[in-house]
Structures are given as structure tokens and as C-alpha cells.
Design a protein around this ligand. Structure first.
Ligand SMILES: *Cc1c(COP(=O)(O)O)cnc(C)c1O
Length: 355
């Protein structure tokens, strides 16, 4: 295990009011940082006071977006423990993202140890109110000072922490989703299955369009035929059609969510019929019309489960579960958040305690 140097801040910040936490605007007192140089590998892991980086304007990340990130949370349990949810999955996915983007991967054990250590140092920053958590953002940037296009020979790996508020003010709240058939997010063979900033840059334009129409998020169709359902902005998508749980099969352009995998595991564990397959937008429209589209929900770390009340495709406005919350959405939400916060026994070994 790496020996992480610790330089504590001499100017601790005031902790925010837990009732007013939003998402991703407040950062804790410390951050983790480690450097990579060709020939030396990853070296000098350290925890330092949170603050700006100094980078040369020619640093490659600014020009060619050689960058990847992860997202997970630390939760306070009622009895004072701190839990991470399936961090091994994030470490594995980070490695996959790195490989796709020609970034030298951080060994999975060091990735998890970095997270545990920095969370432990800033443990006092983890909010305790129901629904709140500490959002953890690991990321890697290419730092060569060179405008040539090639994989960088130097990188920085950082982990920053942000106390975040309850996603739902009072219980699950259904969202309206816009099905986008003009812009696309990713194509097979591209970087859609990597968690990379570049995918988000590609998504902003359609998000702007759906905002203007009064929709919360975009549901992407496949990049080639614009016919098959892929995923939502920062969530995977599930349907319940004629009693079966259906979600798009991972095809190379869909981000493999940890929450997605957990929902699939739970549904199978409960004996529900589950299908990972292609789902065309026509199939959805006809299921909505004939009444067999029972439920729709998104899955992701931020909201855990986001019930979808309305899906809009062109002129077709599909109301689902009467615009409310379906029973499967509620059950998955209660179970996953229950395991994350230690209220429900973790029979799957998904949680990892931060000491
Ligand atoms: C992170 C992310 C998800 C959700 O993944 P989780 O591991 O469940 O948080 C889904 N889609 C995209 C594009 C993402 O970036």
C-alpha cells in the first residue's frame, strides 16, 4: 500500500449549513493528489490543503481533453460509521476509462486507498442529515506542456470532496425526460463507455434544448440509427414493460453505471424477470399507448433512483405511472439507500467502511 503524505490545512474553513447544501459547490479542507511521469510511474501521493492547481497553458488536458473522472459518495450511518458503496466498481471502471483514453491506470488498490484516506481526513465534513452525503470526485488530467496530439507522458490524479444535500427535498420526485433524436452523445467505438469529460461537452447542446422545453434531462438514442434507447444525461435508464424489468444492454456507447448494476442484481435477487437488450423508441411509444409501460426510472449515484413521470418524443407525450412513482422505483430506492446508509443489512457485501 502506498504511503500517503499528509499536510494539514492551517486555515480550516467553516462547515456549511446542512440544510442549504446543493450539489458540487462547496469543497472540503483537503484534496488528494498524485503525479505520474513516464519512467517513474505514479509517485508522490499526498493530501494537501484544497486549493487551485498551477498548470502551463499548453497542458494537454486543455486542448485535447485527455481526462477521465469518477463519482461516488460516502454516507454517514445512524450509528456514526462512514460507508462507501461498491468503491471496487469505481476503481475497475476508472481503470477501463484510463485504458480507453491512453492514460496509465492508477492501481485499483491505490485508487481505493486514496479515497478512503482523504475521506477519513475530512470525515468531519460528511453531513449527517437524512439524504445528505459526501460526494467524491476522483479525476485524472494530462499535464504535458505540448500541443502535439499524442498520449501525454505526465498526469495528475486528484480526489476532491464535496458535501452534498439531499437530492429529494421530500421523498422521490418524478422527472420529465426529453428523448433527443437529433444530437447524439456517443457512438460505439467512441468514448461513451468511458467516464470522460468529453462526453459531457458533447451533451450540453441537447441539454440546453430540453431545458428550454421544460424537461429535466435528455434521454439519448444510439448514435448511428437514432432508434434505440441508450441512457440519460448522467443516469442509466430502466423500464418496466408488461411486468418485465428492461434496460438497454451495454453496447460500447453506454456508461456502465454502478447503480445500474446494483439495480439489476437486486431485481434478479427478488426473482423479477430482467432483460438487458436493445429497446427501440417505437417499442416504448407503443408500450405507452397500449398501457404496458408500467414504470420508467433513471439510476445513478447522484439521485440513486429518479422516477420518470413523463417521456417526450417528438409530439408524443407519454405519461408513466400516472406521472407518479412506481412501486419498483420506490422499492429499489429504499433498498439501495438503506444499504448505503447502513439501515438495511448489506447481504451482498457492497459497503466498505472508512475508519
Ligand atoms: C456516471 C454516469 C452514469 C451513472 O453511473 P453510476 O456509477 O451509477 O453513478 C450514467 N451515465 C453517465 C453518462 C455517467 O457519466
Amino acid at each position: 500500500m502506498q504511503n500517503i503524505k499528509l499536510q494539514r490545512t492551517t486555515a480550516p474553513k467553516e462547515k456549511p449549513n446542512e440544510d442549504k447544501l446543493g450539489f458540487g459547490q462547496i469543497f472540503t479542507d483537503h484534496m488528494y493528489i498524485m503525479d505520474y511521469d513516464e519512467g517513474r510511474g505514479w509517485h508522490d501521493p499526498r493530501i494537501v490543503p484544497y486549493g487551485p492547481l498551477s498548470l502551463d497553458p499548453s497542458a494537454m488536458v486543455f486542448h485535447y481533453a485527455q481526462e477521465m473522472f469518477e463519482g461516488l459518495k460516502a454516507y454517514h450511518t445512524g450509528d456514526g460509521r462512514v460507508l462507501l458503496f461498491r468503491p471496487d466498481r469505481n476503481a475497475q471502471r476508472a481503470e477501463n476509462s484510463c485504458k480507453r483514453l491512453c492514460i496509465p491506470p492508477v492501481p485499483q488498490e491505490d485508487f481505493i486507498n486514496a479515497i478512503k484516506t482523504v475521506v477519513s481526513v475530512d470525515r468531519d465534513w460528511i453531513p449527517t442529515k437524512p439524504g445528505t452525503s459526501l460526494y467524491i470526485r476522483p479525476f485524472i488530467i494530462a499535464t504535458d506542456n505540448h500541443l502535439g496530439v499524442h498520449p501525454s507522458l505526465s498526469y495528475k490524479f486528484l480526489v476532491i470532496l464535496s458535501p452534498s444535500g439531499a437530492y429529494y427535498a421530500s421523498g422521490l420526485d418524478p422527472v420529465k425526460i426529453w428523448i433527443e433524436d437529433d444530437y447524439v452523445r456517443a457512438v460505439r467505438g467512441g468514448i461513451g463507455e468511458a467516464k470522460a469529460g468529453g462526453n459531457y461537452a458533447a451533451s450540453l447542446k441537447a441539454q440546453e434544448k430540453s431545458d428550454a422545453e421544460g424537461y429535466a434531462q435528455v434521454l439519448w438514442l444510439d448514435g448511428v440509427e437514432r432508434k434505440y434507447i441508450e441512457e440519460v444525461g448522467s443516469m442509466n435508464i430502466f423500464f418496466k414493460i408488461a411486468g418485465k424489468v428492461v434496460t438497454p444492454k451495454l453496447n460500447g456507447s453506454i456508461l456502465p453505471g454502478v447503480t445500474r448494476a446494483s439495480c439489476l442484481d437486486l431485481c434478479r435477487h427478488w426473482g423479477l424477470e430482467v432483460e438487458e437488450r436493445r429497446i427501440s423508441v417505437e417499442e416504448l411509444v407503443s408500450a405507452a399507448r397500449d398501457g404496458s409501460l408500467d414504470e420508467c426510472f433513471g439510476s445513478g449515484t447522484a439521485a440513486v433512483i429518479s422516477p420518470v413521470g413523463v417521456l417526450r418524443f417528438g409530439d408524443e407525450v407519454m405519461e408513466i405511472s400516472g406521472g407518479g412513482i412506481g412501486p419498483l422505483s420506490q422499492r429499489l430506492y429504499d433498498t439501495v439507500t438503506g444499504i448505503q446508509t447502513g439501515r438495511i443489512e448489506d447481504e451482498f457485501g457492497w459497503t466498505v467502511e472508512v475508519k
